[in-house]
Design a protein around this ligand. Sequence first.
Ligand SMILES: [Zn+2]
Length: 196
Amino acid sequence: MATSIFKDIPPDVRQWREKLFALANEILMSPKEFDDYFHYVDNVYKFKRRNTSTRLNTGTFYYECRLYGEPTHTRMDHGNGEYEQVNKKRRHTPRRDADQCNVKMKVVRRRDENGQVISYSITKTDVTHHTHDLDRSDQIKRNSGVRDALRQEAEKLYSPSAILRIASNERSLNGREILKQIGGSHVRPQIFNCQP
Ligand SMILES: [Zn+2]
């Protein structure tokens, strides 16, 4: 039987993730689109601070790339939320610019006069580009969209490792492909060992 897992993933998630990663132009999102897709890139960006203006009915949220100011080769993901400094001994080696990512972005949330959210506008705050690809971000951290998708399947009485087995099964290529599209290509069954 064809896979019936990951049914609730919104359409075009890969395209939205790539757009939100590259931020080539201003991205305008409806509240529904924002709710549907933004948590699939929360492994790429880290929230820094917010600014609200009651007069303008706006909230501005500032984010930076999780690799901001960090040499990408010094962290190794253990998949359980812990990272290891892999080159501690070389701490005094000057950081190379190429290992760091300086992308910062802002999300402007607009409300109407009744306080209803009407739109989100997402832009980079300067002209920098990511020094790495989206897959690298997926390798460093799982987004909450991936976590929720796996949890939802687990609630259907599958164990997460069984879901990954089903998703990796030849006859359900679709599952593995969906997992890849949402940023879960680096998820491995053993990451769940420490979870209840
Ligand atoms: Zn980056």
